[in-house]
Ligand binder design. Structure first.
Ligand SMILES: O=C(O)C(=O)C[C@]1(C(=O)O)C=C[C@@H](O)C=C1
Length: 363
């Protein structure tokens, strides 16, 4: 196909002039964000700059107004980056995530905070909690549940003895690939490394394609990707970020057994997040060990027509908390009907802790 030069030149001229306009507008927006920072600091010297509810509203509005031809998610991602840069102008945001580099948790942190946040890998979930609690970072990102494998119990347990709050959630579609290094002998693969959850999520694919290969669980997919660089007979299961980070090749793409495989991550911090218009609340409840306890607990939610989105039971770690339930539901603690339900639950439970109300994940 040959480009008609006059046509191409005039289209590029139009793109240049549109870019000028976009540049002017983004700069004006950034100036506004700087002024927002001044207003926040004036009214409160310990002001918080990151406002999850406002960011969710901005992104939802953009998706609603988007005229195309770019799809709404694509458009929201562009605005995500603009807001990320604006927030960095107000205050550099430090985010700790469950590392090492190249994990899906890092991908989730990027998706939620954008490229301008400074993200720091931590070796374990409780380290992420500790860094946030100590104020060494502003926020943390930890996995909490996977659609195929269920709950990440370590994250739930970490909430039990912490004052950390949930400020947001982000859901990531998880695509696993079988990766090899340039030194790997592809027809001699006798070992496959990955995180135990990832091995489980690709179980059927491995049974069909590598039934005799030893499956070796390691601490993360990124660690699996790193390890195979020095082993000619090993492959790793990991995602795009790890493949890129370690320069690995994909032998097979999207090998997860379920195409809708996704993981939900929580954004943890210490602030109360106001209502965004579409919110969720997470609580942990301890009930006495008696018949009908679960029914008693759930009945007020049903009566007030509050949608439960998740219910998890964890063994109690103290004698007082016989049953511990983690409950997520639609709504915000500042809504009267939610406050009413919580009041009733408090009467029936031996302990109730609100972990936070936060915007339903947008992207
Ligand atoms: O509205 C605010 O509070 C802002 O700080 C501005 C802005 C934005 O760029 O739109 C930036 C950061 C906040 O997290 C939310 C929104």
């Amino acid at each position: 196909m040959t480009d008609s030069p006059t046509n191409l030149d005039s289209l590029r001229e139009r793109i240049d002039s549109l870019d000028n306009e976009i540049l002017r507008l983004i700069s004006a927006r950034a100036e506004c964000a700087k002024q927002v920072a001044e207003v926040k600091t004036k009214s409160d010297p310990g002001a918080v700059f990151y406002r999850p509810e406002r960011e969710a509203q901005v992104l939802r509005r953009i998706m609603e107004l988007n005229p195309g031809p770019l799809n709404s998610e694509e458009m929201a991602r562009l605005f995500r980056e603009i807001m990320s840069a604006c927030l960095a102008l107000e205050q550099p945001t430090k985010v700790a995530y469950l590392g090492p580099e190249g994990t899906f948790t890092q991908q989730a942190a990027l998706k939620h905070f954008g490229e301008s946040a400074v993200s720091m890998p931590m070796a374990a979930i409780d380290e992420v909690f500790r860094e946030v609690e100590a104020g060494a970072v502003n926020y943390g990102v930890v996995p909490v549940e996977n659609s195929t494998e269920g709950v990440v119990s370590h994250t739930l347990d970490s909430f039990m003895d912490s004052s950390i709050r949930i400020c947001g959630e982000v859901v990531l579609r998880i695509h696993h690939h079988l990766l090899v290094a340039d030194t790997t002998l592809r027809d001699k693969v006798s070992r496959v490394y990955s995180h135990p959850q990832s091995l489980a999520q690709c179980r059927k694919w491995l049974d069909a394609h590598y039934p005799r290969a030893e499956r070796v669980p390691v601490s993360s997919n990124a660690e699996a990707a790193r390890m195979i660089k020095s082993e000619w007979h090993s492959a790793a299961i990991a995602g795009d970020m790890a493949a890129k980070l370690y320069g690995l090749e994909k032998v097979a793409e999207k090998i997860e057994d379920r195409p809708d495989n996704s993981t939900r991550f929580l954004i943890i911090g210490s602030q109360h997040v106001p209502m965004s218009g579409e919110d969720k609340t997470s609580i942990v409840v301890a009930m006495r060990n008696q018949p009908g306890a679960l029914h008693d607990l759930l009945e007020p939610f049903h009566r007030h027509s509050i949608d439960l989105t998740r219910l998890e039971t964890r063994p109690s770690r103290t004698g007082v908390w016989n049953y511990v339930f983690f409950i997520d539901f639609k709504g915000h603690v500042d809504e009267p009907r939610v406050a009413a339900v919580l009041e009733e639950v408090r009467l029936r439970a031996s302990e109730v802790k609100v972990l936070g109300s936060y915007p339903v994940g947008v992207l």
